[in-house]
Design a protein around this ligand. Structure first.
Ligand code: IFM
Length: 445
């Protein structure tokens, strides 16, 4: 028998997007590293670009109307740094700031609270030419950028996220070469990661200095909960290594002001240069942690693998990203964050799935797998809440199908389908399911 499981009163419900993935409006901003990466042959599926994307820059009112239809009370979006500061620093593009100001007004007019991310990967190309995140100077440019944005939006925006997924910025962008800027150098990746953490601290200060007492600042990390392939000691140790590489490398600096010693030792001479005061800056108290969860990792000892392990692909259900559907991983993660990191207020700032959606003959998009994914992960959230986790909100990734980085437009994460030829939006069944969850503040399981 189906059971209706209730979320706590005041739970925050939203969808999430990111500037480069949806905005388009390419001629109304400066260049960013993803524009450059898209031009690098073979790096992005089918040579796709962010030039038009969902054309949200010109259609934001319609998109906010869609959010209102879903009944969400919050929306997480990111600001394009090169739209605000085309050269990364110096002259401000007032038109760009106006765009975000109008977006915020439109949201508030419909009772939707903005959660604003400052950095979701679109670094101005002008700063990359000066060394990008590997250059220490970039952390001060980020602080200035945070101040410019806060001066303009801080009267209305109360919830800020400094960085989205610094692990991805550091490692996918600078070690694995799969994201912009596309380098493959561990030392560089670790220095980039360190600078994102320090710049997070500087941005926390800039935002707090400009906001009122009700300003809340957090950071969003992505997680890859690690499960040993067996209970053999070497697999357990391998899983611990993966946890260090994927999770603790950013969690420990942000919450404890230090890098995890096991990984520090494993990285050897490639560890980042840490200036006096950096760790204190990076670990200033924050108001919440944003949690992005999609899947887990099953880890097996393998002396030939990097860091001495490899990840396995267990039997199970997989999304179009080839990511295992594993809701229990979300419960385990939330419980572990609460236990090990001082129980900060948590928000799921991203959770979702890609499937090969099509518009059916009836004009609808039937996506039962995404409905099931959502339902199971919301139940996983409730399991965590019942174990005492201070989970305050859930943002579905994503409002609309969009530019999925190296996969271009070939992967659809939206709860609304987008026809990229006509820009027509069609709410998928999962969007209607999500709207019903929001309306009841409860999920039927
Ligand atoms: O689309 C991305 C998003 O930009 C960051 N987190 C993961 C999502 C799915 O890959």
């Amino acid at each position: 028998m189906a059971q209706l499981r209730q979320f706590p009163e005041g739970f925050v419900w939203g969808t999430a997007t990111a500037s480069f993935q949806i905005e388009g409006g390419r001629n109304e901003r400066g260049d960013c590293i993803w524009d450059d990466f898209c031009r690098w042959p073979g790096k992005v599926h089918a040579g796709d670009t962010g030039d038009v994307a969902d054309d949200h820059y010109h259609r934001f009112c319609d998109d906010v109307a869609l959010m209102a239809e879903l009944g969400q009370n919050a929306y997480r979006f990111s600001i394009s740094w090169p739209r605000v500061l085309p050269e990364g620093a110096g002259e401000v593009n007032e038109k760009g700031l106006d765009f975000y100001s109008r977006l915020v007004d439109e949201l508030l007019a419909r009772g939707i609270d903005p959660y604003v991310t400052l950095y979701h990967w679109d670094l101005p190309s002008a700063l990359q030419r000066m060394g990008g995140w590997a250059a220490r100077d970039t952390i001060y440019r980020f602080q200035d950028y945070a101040a410019v944005v806060a001066d303009r939006l801080g009267d209305r925006v109360k919830n800020w996220i400094t960085h989205n997924e610094p692990w991805v910025v550091a490692f996918l962008g600078n070690l694995h070469g799969q994201h912009a800027p596309g380098w493959e150098d561990l030392g560089l990746a670790l220095q980039v990661g360190h600078h994102t953490i320090v710049s997070h601290g500087l941005a926390v200060q800039a935002l707090r200095a400009r906001g009122g007492a009700d300003t809340r600042v957090g950071i969003t990390l992505n997680f890859s909960p690690a499960y040993p392939a067996s209970d053999r000691a070497e697999d357990v140790a391998a899983a611990r290594m993966h946890d260090g590489y994927s999770n603790r490398w950013f969690l420990d600096p942000v919450f404890e002001g230090r890098y995890p010693q096991d990984l520090w030792d494993a990285y050897g001479y490639q560890v980042p240069r840490v200036a006096p005061g950096d760790m204190e800056l990076g670990s200033q108290p924050i108001d919440f942690l944003g949690v992005n969860y999609y899947t887990r990792a099953v880890v097996q000892h393998d002396p030939r693998g990097w860091l001495g392990y490899r990840t396995l692909k267990p039997e199970g259900e997989y999304t179009a990203m080839d990511w295992e559907v594993f809701p229990q991983g979300l419960t385990d993660l939330l419980v572990r964050l609460t236990r090990d990191y001082g129980a900060p207020p948590l928000y799921i700032t991203e959770n979702g799935s890609a499937y090969e959606d099509v518009v059916s003959e009836d004009g609808q998009v039937h996506d039962p797998q995404r409905v099931a994914y959502l339902r199971q992960h919301l139940a996983a959230c409730l399991d965590a809440i019942e174990q005492g986790v201070p989970l305050k909100g859930y943002f579905a990734w994503s409002l609309v199908d969009n530019f999925e980085w190296a996969f271009g437009y070939s992967r659809r994460f939206g709860i609304a389908h987008v026809d990229f030829g006509t820009q027509r939006r069609t709410l998928k069944d999962s969007a209607r399911f999500f709207a019903a969850v929001i309306a009841q503040n409860a999920v039927e399981v």
